[in-house]
Every structure is written in C-alpha cells, then in structure tokens.
Write a protein that binds this ligand. Sequence first.
Ligand code: EPU
Length: 305
Amino acid sequence: MRFENMVESIINEANASVILDEPMARHTSLKIGGSADIFVSPKGIDSLRKVIQIAQKNQVKTYIIGNGTNLLVSDDGIRGMVILIKEGMERVIVRKSKLPLVKAEAGVMLSKVLNVTTTHGLSGFEFAAGIPGSIGGAVAMNASTRLGAISELIHSIEVLTREGAVQKLRRKQLDFHYRQLNLESGAIILNSVFCLRYGDKAEVGKRVDDFLKERRDTQPKGSSAGCIFKNPPGGGSAGKIIDELGLKGKRTGGAYVSGVHANFIMNDGTATCKDFVALIRQIREIVEKKRNIKLEYEIKFLWNM
Ligand code: EPU
C-alpha cells in the first residue's frame, strides 16, 4: 500500500484518523472534487502538530481545510494530504471581564459561536448570521457581510507555525484586507479571541433573526460556495454587475449562475470542477469586456501545485 508507513505513524503516533482516496466532494459545500490521496482528521493541536511533522518527514504536501464552504477542488483530486481542522478544536469559551472576550477554536462553526454569543447577550458577532463556515476559514478569509468583518472583532489569534510552535498574534500584528489575511507561509490558525460588547439578549437575537431573514430572501439555497468573486475595489457588487449583464441562469454542464444572486454559482448535482472553471472564466471575460473590470476570485482553489 502507498503511504503505508506514514499512515501507521499518523494513526499510532499522531492519534489522528486517516482515510485513503477520500472524495473531496464529501467535504465541500459545492459537492465537487476528486479524491485526496490521504485525508487526515487530527484530534486536537498536539495531534495536528504531529501530523504535520510526519508529512514533512515524508515530504508529502499538505492542504488545510475547514468546513469546505469556499473551496473549489479539482476533479483530479489532491496528490498529497488534506488535513481537516475540526475534531478536538471546536470549543468556545466566554470570559466576562470589563469587555467580553470569546475564544473560539478553529474547527467550530460560526453558527455555534453566534449561538453562544447571542445566548450571553453579547453583541458584535451578528454579522456572521447565516455564513456557513468554520472559525479557521472565516478568520483566514476575513469573512464579512454588510454588518461587519470578522477582523474588526479580533483581539488575537493563535497559529501553529511551520516549525510546530504555537504563536500568539495580536490584532495589530495581523495584516487583514478585504476577504484576506496574510499569514506566514505554512501557519495554521488554531483559535481566535474576539472582543465583543455587552448588549441586550433580545435585541441581539432580533438582529440575528432579521439578518438571517435578509440572507434567506437574497441568497440562494442549494449547493454553492457562496460568492465566487470579490466585490470590485471601486465599490459596487459583483453580483449586481453580473446580473446587469444578463448572466443569471447562464450554464456550463451542471454549473449555473443563480437566479437569486448572480455572484453565486450553483451545482445542480451533476457539475464538475471543469464546468465551474469554464463558467467562471466566461463570466470574468464578459465582465472585463463589457465593464472593463477584472473580477478577483473570492473562492479558494484547491489543486495540485
Ligand atoms: N444585486 C443585484 N443582483 C444580484 C445580486 C445583488 O441586483 O444578483 C444587488 C442587490 O439587490 C443589492 C446590491 O446588489 O442592491 C448588493 O447585494 P448584496 O446585499 O447581496 O451584497 P453583495 O455585495 O452582493 C456582499 C458579500 C456577501 C454578503 C452580502 C450581504 C462579497 C463578495 N459578498 O454581497 O458575502 O453575504 O454582502 O452582506 O463581498 C460571500 O462572501 O460568500 C457572500 C455571500
């Protein structure tokens, strides 16, 4: 068996679970993606550190994923190791000091954090209502909505460096941009501490419910990766631009532009990564030609490099 020794080390020394030839379609909201050679679920920080060491020792390339909500994975799959940040990294801790601090581990879902903060009547996290991602992914991509960005709430984060050290980075050390956080190469987000505000539980709950309703009314249900393109730097909505160009419903194979929000490309259940790439490229070309705007991708591409 390929990787035989490495798999044994991962199970016995790193106490992580391993699946060989795991279809990535099972781990992406788009339900697209060929098989990863090795799919590993570490059971916490120590387990993750060990998995990385084993991969480095065996010169196997690693790819970190969270909830897979912003990912387009190649139909050819991944030659190397995909590491899922979830198990043993899902705690949320509330500390009610002068200002309320909430520490959330990388594998916990934003919805769970929002649930905890709402229950405690803490305000600030309402922006995340309806975003279907994990904390690690949301911090790495600086998730945002019109109510705010995750970067605005961050007090500090901890990362696992390529060398295996846990490093704390305070907010002012973090290089956030729109839908982007620049970290040192190989750094893996372990947790994030958010600085929130004390609020009224009923009011926080109402803001969350209202925002959820707004999202339900303006964004499609079904298999997607959220917004495909970033909004252009000069302002305006990529979705609105694509819509104005009459591209809603445009289709390649099983991939089509949502009729609800044009920055969402949906999988009708039969789409391949190839369909997506072809459609996304066409949209970019049309927008560039007709509007002279080069749309940047918001989704992350996961393929062999
Ligand atoms: N609009 C259209 N047609 C469309 C889509 C939008 O006319 O097909 C119009 C809307 O009616 C509205 C304006 O464009 O007047 C802005 O639309 P929206 O409020 O949906 O905001 P957006 O800029 O398109 C951004 C984020 C979303 C986030 C929403 C809500 C980006 C790329 N997108 O979308 O994030 O949920 O604001 O706050 O920044 C995501 O990142 O996956 C995502 C969906």
